[in-house]
Design a protein around this ligand. Structure first.
Ligand SMILES: [Zn+2]
Length: 466
């Protein structure tokens, strides 16, 4: 057996050496192809990517306002399908189905889901300076799909995690924005596997992305240019896409280096006339609606949030807030942060880069069990993973939430922000279709007596949409 594998690896080595010789002898071939990438290790089936992406896409279509304009849609789809046509044969998956939808949102964002569904924000198309820049971002996103980075990352993560990681990805993938609710990183609200790719995968997506667009006639440097364009935009939405696609280090240099290895197929090049017309068409349209949009409201707490030590008391007047799932009332002076899977309301002085110290958050989470207790355990597990200072205080109790049956669970622990004991009460109720509604309140224990009536009033006002 040992000898067998030894032979195998020698054989592989031989083939590799042979390949190296061939490439060295045929520089033209190498130039056309660029750096050779290998498919990352992945223990999941290709169908798992497809299933994950399909579920997440259904969720995205429910939650994000799509721009239903056939001219713009078919334009973006056309650019997308041309990029797809450039995927090297060895990386093609017959089960993958690449689709392109435009989201009517002004933030500079785009995300592609495992198996192929891709969503491009209107803001991304408007911000790009050329069609090549737009294609660069799309090529980068498509490369994450091609290389199956979502499940490859889960394959690596699983060495350290237990539980249903696939469910966590489905929730996290949607995030696109992922730094999510308050960019709180691992704090309350998105313990659930926010999908931010590793530097290694970012670098692979840059390289393959550059190769794909070069093959269909764009300058591969356009990918680097788009990163510059996004960075140069400033403003709140701008860093969003960048934060979920972190710089693997020397990003521009690496793309430029790859560009030198690539021969652009200029016979397939296009001018920017159509792109300009599409941009004009978008700019002539009404501004994007307010509401849940990818990348919206992900303000950087490092700029804005402070733990002043003095938390503004809740106003006695409440305002109504509504999502497509619930409506409820929150104190008028609480600040709203919208994430991809939920909303957070916090008083001034109670939030910052390490999360919130007072407030409520609610939203939906994908779960793999239809049993409420099991689904709740799954959710709590991911929440506790992201908030290791908390411990579950007792088993979950039956509770009512918005007129429905649910479970209430109390968590507590020493807050890394305040150094005081923090109490987190989590209510969960099933929504069907593999979704769990959660509502959580957060408060330092010694202030819970004054905040409990506030939380109660919010809960009493909660109604589920039909
Ligand atoms: Zn990326």
């Amino acid at each position: 057996m040992n000898q067998m594998s030894l032979q195998n690896s020698s054989w592989t080595y031989l083939i590799r050496s042979f390949r190296a010789i061939v490439f060295a002898a045929l520089p033209g071939l190498l130039c056309a192809q660029g750096t050779r990438l290998e498919m990352p290790k992945n223990k999941y089936a290709v169908e798992d990517d497809v299933k994950l992406g399909r579920e997440a896409a259904a969720q995205a279509e429910k939650e994000f306002p799509l721009l239903r304009d056939s001219e713009i849609e078919s334009y973006v789809n056309d650019v997308g399908q041309r990029i797809v046509s450039a995927i090297p044969a060895e990386f093609r998956q017959s089960q993958f189905h690449y689709t392109f939808k435009v989201v009517n949102a002004g933030e500079i964002n785009a995300f592609a889901l495992p198996g192929g569904p891709m969503f491009v924000n209107r803001g991304m198309i408007e911000a790009a300076k050329t069609e090549g820049e737009m294609a660069g971002v799309m090529g980068h996103e498509i490369s994450h799909v091609v290389l199956r980075h979502a499940t490859a990352q889960a394959t690596e993560a699983q060495k350290f995690q237990i539980g249903s990681i696939l469910g966590q990805i489905a929730g996290g993938v949607i995030g696109g924005g992922l730094g999510d609710i308050i960019g709180m990183g691992s704090q309350i609200g998105f313990g659930a596997g926010a999908l931010k790719y590793s530097r290694k995968y970012e670098s692979q997506a840059d390289i393959l992305g550059a190769q794909l667009i070069a093959r269909i006639g764009y300058d591969p440097r356009d990918l680097a240019n788009m990163f510059r364009t996004i960075q140069g935009q400033g403003g709140r939405g701008a860093p969003e896409w960048l934060s979920s696609h972190p710089d693997p280090g020397k990003r521009y240099e690496r793309i430029e280096q790859e560009a030198k290895l690539l021969r652009v197929d200029s016979s397939r090049a296009r001018d920017n006339a159509t792109f300009r017309r599409i941009q004009q068409r978008l700019r002539a349209m009404p501004a994007p609606p307010k509401g849940r949009q990818p990348g919206q409201g992900q303000r950087q707490p490092t700029d804005e949030g402070t733990y002043s030590g003095r938390v503004e008391p809740p106003s006695s007047s409440y305002r109504q807030v509504q999502t497509n799932r619930v409506q409820l009332g929150v104190p008028d002076n609480w600040r709203e942060f919208r994430g991809e899977t939920g909303l957070t309301y916090v008083p001034e002085g109670a939030y910052g880069e390490r999360g919130l110290t007072h407030g409520v958050l609610f939203g939906t989470e994908r779960v793999s069990s239809s049993n409420l207790r099991q689904a709740t355990e799954q959710y709590l597990e991911s929440l506790l993973q992201g908030n290791p200072h908390l411990r579950q205080q007792s088993s979950s109790q039956n509770a009512r939430i918005g007129g429905r049956s649910g479970l209430a669970t109390r968590l507590a622990g020493r807050s890394p922000v305040t150094g005081r004991t923090e109490v987190v009460t989590v209510l969960t109720s099933p929504l069907g279709n593999g979704e769990l509604f959660y509502f959580a309140s957060v408060v330092p224990e010694e202030e819970s007596r004054s905040y409990d009536p506030v939380f109660q009033r919010i809960l009493n006002s909660l109604r589920f949409a039909r």
